[in-house]
Every structure is written in structure tokens, then in C-alpha cells.
Write a new protein. Structure first.
Length: 279
């Protein structure tokens, strides 16, 4: 139950005032002729600025609060604040859009993700992807070196960037997304027929807020495809527990130790799609 629903159920008149509802004081000892109590629209915390009466409407009326909804509302407010405050990073001057088919990926797919090359910075020799948050702002650049020997293989700029799930704006299939570890795992699945694939840039880069953003986009479930080794499968099981906490159903899809979603052929991806979504 939301705060406004509870107030309506209790037949309490209210007016919207910023992030609060303005109501007459709930203190029975306060004869409040003019609304002098503010109630937080999301959490239900109230405070009368006339008599000082404080509390929470859910506890006050003995009602159950939908804390997942509360968390999502707060997250939505935070996103809106970031949208208005952030301008994001600009592409480096002199960047060149990538139009090749490295690793068998179609040029149209690279174009979809705005992949580019840049030869005058630390990204020289790397295929670079702008990483956007849910507001559409570029929060980082991820550069993959195109040789197999260069260290580090991936370069993140800025180094301290907090990476969202990528892409942040998702396209569920039957209400579900596929979560993989690396960016080329995601891009390969996307390229070969699974546009609902997203990546987490490593199994330790996942938290409740990031999963809640999926829930906000009408995602109902997550199909987890991590490495088939012990570390990958342990991370998948931990993610299942985290998904349950935010109201997402989850399935651990183990392809086996020697099956990499970033190297699956088109026929294998199509079989995977049928396995996951044919019913």
C-alpha cells in the first residue's frame, strides 16, 4: 500500500506540497484548523510543524508498507535528480565511428552501441563503447584492446567510474532479461538475436539499486548466464538471492565450463533463445 492509498482509505484530505502531502495533524490533542502536518509521499514519515507530533502513517494506522515500492520511488527520485543535474561526458574530439566486424559482430550492431576508435588518447588501439546510465548520459567509456596480448584488456575512463548495468535501457523478452558478465558477451548475444541481453562488467558490480532499475522498466525476471566455473556459479547463486529481494524472479542458465556467451555462433544463440522463451 502506498501513502496516498492509505490516506484515502482513512478518508484524510491531503494536498501535494513538494515531496510531501499536507494534511491536518493526526495528534488527537491538536485541534488543527489548517493543515499543519507534512507526510513524506514515499516513506509515510510525518511531522506537525505546529505541535511537533511525529511518526509514520503506516505505524500510526497499523497498515503494511510496501517497502519495495518505497525503495523504487526513492530510486526514481534519485534518477530524476541526476537527469536534471548531470550533463555527462562528451565524446573525445577526433573520435572515429567503428564500422568493422571485429569478432564476427555486424557493423550495424557496433553502430547501435556507438562504438568508436580514438588514436590520440589512452584508447589508442582500443574499441571504445560509451556507457550511459538510465538517464541517457554518458558516465564512462569502456575500451577493449583489439589485440589479445595488451594489458589491461579493458580500460575504463574515468578509472573511478561507477558502471551501471549495460545497456541501462533494456528490451525485455516476455518480461525477462539476460544478464552476462562482460560487454562482448552481451554484444554477441544482442548481435545474434537476443536484444534483451545486458552485462554487469563483472560479477561484483551488482547491487539492489541496479536490479531495482530493471524492475522500474517492467522487467519481471533475470536469466543469469555467468561463467560455468565454481566462481561464476557461486556468483550466479548469490545474484538469485539478491534478485528475489527486489521482486525479480531469476534463473541460473549454466552453459557449461567451456561455453562462452561471447563466442556463441548464431545457431547456438537461436537455440538458447528457444530454450529460454519458446514456451
Amino acid at each position: 500500500m502506498r501513502v496516498d492509498e492509505l490516506l484515502q482509505e482513512q478518508r484524510i484530505d491531503y494536498k501535494v506540497s513538494g515531496r510531501d502531502y499536507l494534511v491536518k495533524c493526526l495528534n488527537p490533542d491538536h485541534e488543527d484548523s489548517n493543515p499543519s502536518m507534512r507526510v513524506d509521499q514515499v516513506t509515510g514519515v510525518f511531522n506537525c510543524f505546529a505541535c511537533g507530533f511525529k511518526g509514520n502513517v503506516f505505524k500510526h494506522f497499523g497498515a503494511a508498507a510496501n517497502y519495495l515500492e518505497i525503495k523504487r520511488q526513492r530510486l526514481k527520485e534519485s534518477i530524476n535528480e541526476k537527469r536534471s543535474a548531470s550533463i555527462g561526458f562528451e565524446f573525445p574530439r577526433g573520435f572515429v565511428p567503428y564500422i568493422g566486424n571485429w569478432r564476427g559482430i555486424q557493423p550495424e550492431t557496433y553502430k547501435h552501441f556507438d562504438a568508436f576508435m580514438h588514436h590520440e588518447t589512452q584508447f589508442n588501439g582500443r574499441l571504445v563503447f560509451p556507457v550511459r546510465d538510465i538517464t541517457g548520459k554518458v558516465v564512462a567509456f569502456n575500451g577493449r584492446h583489439m589485440t589479445m596480448t595488451e594489458i589491461p584488456k579493458y580500460l575504463i575512463y574515468p578509472p573511478q567510474a561507477k558502471l551501471p548495468l549495460y545497456p541501462s535501457a533494456v528490451k525485455p523478452i516476455k518480461g525477462r532479461v539476460i544478464l552476462v558478465e562482460g560487454i562482448f558477451d552481451m554484444i554477441n548475444l544482442f548481435d545474434k538475436g537476443l536484444p534483451n541481453a545486458i552485462c554487469c562488467f563483472g560479477t561484483k558490480n551488482i547491487d539492489e539499486d541496479k536490479l531495482s532499475i530493471l524492475k522500474m522498466q517492467n522487467v519481471e525476471g533475470v536469466d543469469i548466464i555467468f561463467d560455468g566455473d565454481t566462481a561464476g556459479q557461486d556468483a550466479a547463486e548469490a545474484l538469485k538471492i539478491l534478485s528475489d529481494k527486489v521482486g525479480l524472479t531469476s534463473r541460473n542458465i549454466n552453459l557449461g565450463q567451456h561455453m562462452d556467451p561471447g563466442a556463441l555462433a548464431e545457431t547456438q544463440v537461436q537455440k538458447l533463445r528457444e530454450r529460454l522463451y519458446s514456451s
